[in-house]
Design a protein around this ligand. Structure first.
Ligand SMILES: Cc1ncc(COP(=O)(O)O)c(C=O)c1O
Length: 498
């Protein structure tokens, strides 16, 4: 019997959740249902007072398996087939550990085709971790960076073509689109190029799971010829956090990939997936496909209204033309609202804090220049409320430098690779002061946000420029370094060998 301790009378997490739920937030981030039960009544009723009744074990007859004595597909198989049909996939898998699991699984599957893959340098950390798990080498292609707004975009088709030519025999081309900022790359061209090089195209479409479900949204990666698509359905497509999908395309690599992906998911999927998460994926598909034309249009109209009201106010510069001018960007997701708050002299991170403090508006993210608000496909935005809150941001202090004069973000060149990523991840390492880490081999993945491109990977040599960049970002009021041993990047983890 554990010792009595009053602390255990509390359930601090659950209590904080309840408290947060009572605060009346306007949620403009993920998950895309954004706590709007009136717009997602079926999703709400999935749990609600029936939470425990809905939480059933795997292999329940009549749900996961066909009902006793019944022949044909089980409800779960039907749900998977309907999802595949809705997204235009040959086959779809439901995931309960997010798109991260989809990326891990894709890497494990690709390792069966070859030992290296050509990947966009700004892939999500789950791709790097997947490569470490799988023992897959990543040959990187740098995305375009908007140095002024400090945001990472995607690849141009030409950059992908060159990289594939430099690394023959790759398992795949691995790209991310749309970006966190909603900028869409040319997947159709990527697919043509990858296939010309004899490799499948894998697209991390985490931020575009709603694409293709309305004529005013960008078309989906699967429609454009991608072979494997990672889809973070909970982001904008209306399922619950952690639920996601992995889609197999109909293209020339379907057979080769299907068996490998299936096996990888057997390795990575829990044997007790949550029926509630699966149910939420089924509802998200039904809503997107069947109910949502008018609802998605309403979501788009709300964001367009916010843009129009901002333009009318005349204070904010619209960053969309600058984003569209980037050579890798062919479209923007209308449900991502990027607001350049620095154009009115308020850094993005400060605008985010003020919106939370004064109006209880939570936006998805902020850099030093912009905030990014998202609206789920089917959710509603009170455009007037958001724009009034933005217009109420304080005039800049005339003594402080205008944010417009901010330093452009110039990424330092990455250090040379001395060890394989996986070898370095497992090698013996020590934590040393940053200055002593220079010239040694990194044991960690470190990415400065913004713009969120990995600056060092396990196995890469740490350079002076990289350390300076990481420290400068960590010390700026807006920045942070993902994967750092300490917040200021005063120490780094390096391999024991020199
Ligand atoms: C591009 C990209 N891929 C994958 C993921 C992981 O998604 P999830 O949180 O569903 O695991 C993210 C998360 O933000 C992401 O931005």
């Amino acid at each position: 019997m554990p010792q009595q301790n009053d602390r255990h009378a509390r359930a601090p997490y659950a209590e904080a959740l309840h408290q947060n739920a009572q605060q009346g937030w306007t949620r403009l981030g993920v998950p895309g249902h954004q706590d709007q039960p009136h717009n997602y009544p079926a999703l709400q009723s999935l749990a609600g007072s029936q939470l425990l009744a809905m939480d059933i074990p795997m292999f329940t007859e009549g749900v996961d398996l066909p009902a006793a004595g019944a022949s044909g597909a089980s409800p779960l198989q039907e749900a998977l087939e309907l999802a595949a049909d809705a997204w235009g996939a040959k086959r779809t898998w439901f995931l309960t550990n997010g798109a991260s699991q989809g990326n891990n699984a894709a890497c494990l599957a690709l390792r069966g085709l070859s030992a290296h893959v050509v990947a966009q340098r700004s892939v999500h950390t789950s791709v790097i971790d997947g490569a470490i798990l799988a023992g897959l080498s990543l040959e990187f292609v740098n995305p375009n960076i908007d140095v002024d707004l400090g945001i990472a975009h995607g690849l141009t088709p030409a950059a992908l073509d060159t990289a594939l030519a430099m690394h023959p025999g790759a398992a795949a081309a691995y790209v991310v689109t749309p970006s966190y900022f909603g900028a869409v790359s040319d997947v159709r061209e990527f697919a043509v190029i990858a296939h010309r090089h004899g490799v499948p195209l894998v697209v991390d479409e985490a931020w575009g799971s709603h694409f293709g479900f309305h004529p005013n949204l960008p078309t989906s990666a699967l429609t454009n010829g991608a072979d494997l698509v990672i889809s973070s359905t909970h982001k904008l497509a209306g399922s619950l956090s952690q639920s996601a999908m992995l889609h197999l395309g109909h293209g020339p690599f379907a057979e080769l990939l299907e068996v490998r992906v299936n096996r990888a998911l057997l390795t990575l999927q829990t044997t007790s997936p949550s029926a509630i998460l699966f149910g939420s994926l089924d509802l998200a598909r039904r809503d997107l496909y069947y109910l949502s034309h008018d609802r998605i249009q309403a979501s788009i109209n709300d964001v367009n209204l916010a843009r129009a009201l901002l333009a009318e106010g005349g204070r904010f510069v619209d960053p969309s033309p600058a984003m569209l001018a980037s050579p890798d960007v062919i479209a923007l997701d209308p449900l991502h609202l990027v607001v350049d708050t620095s154009s009115v002299g308020v850094p993005g991170f400060e605008a985010r804090r003020l919106l939370e403090a004064t109006s209880r508006i939570h936006v998805e993210m902020a850099t030093d220049s912009v905030i990014v608000a998202i609206v789920g496909a089917g959710s509603r935005l009170d455009a007037g409320f958001l724009v009034d809150a933005l217009h109420a941001l304080p005039e800049p202090d005339s003594k402080s430098p205008r944010q417009r004069d901010r330093q452009p973000i110039i990424l330092p060149p990455t250090g040379p690779r001395a060890r394989d990523v996986r070898e370095a991840y497992f090698a013996e390492a020590e934590v040393v002061p940053a200055v002593q880490a220079i010239g040694r081999i990194s044991g960690d993945t470190l990415a400065a946000y913004p713009p969120g491109v990995a600056n060092v990977l396990p196995g890469e040599v740490i350079t002076t420029e990289v350390v300076q960049f990481l420290q400068a970002t960590a010390q700026a009021p807006y920045g942070w370094v993902r994967g750092a041993v300490d917040a200021g990047v005063e120490h780094l983890r390096v391999l024991l060998e020199k």
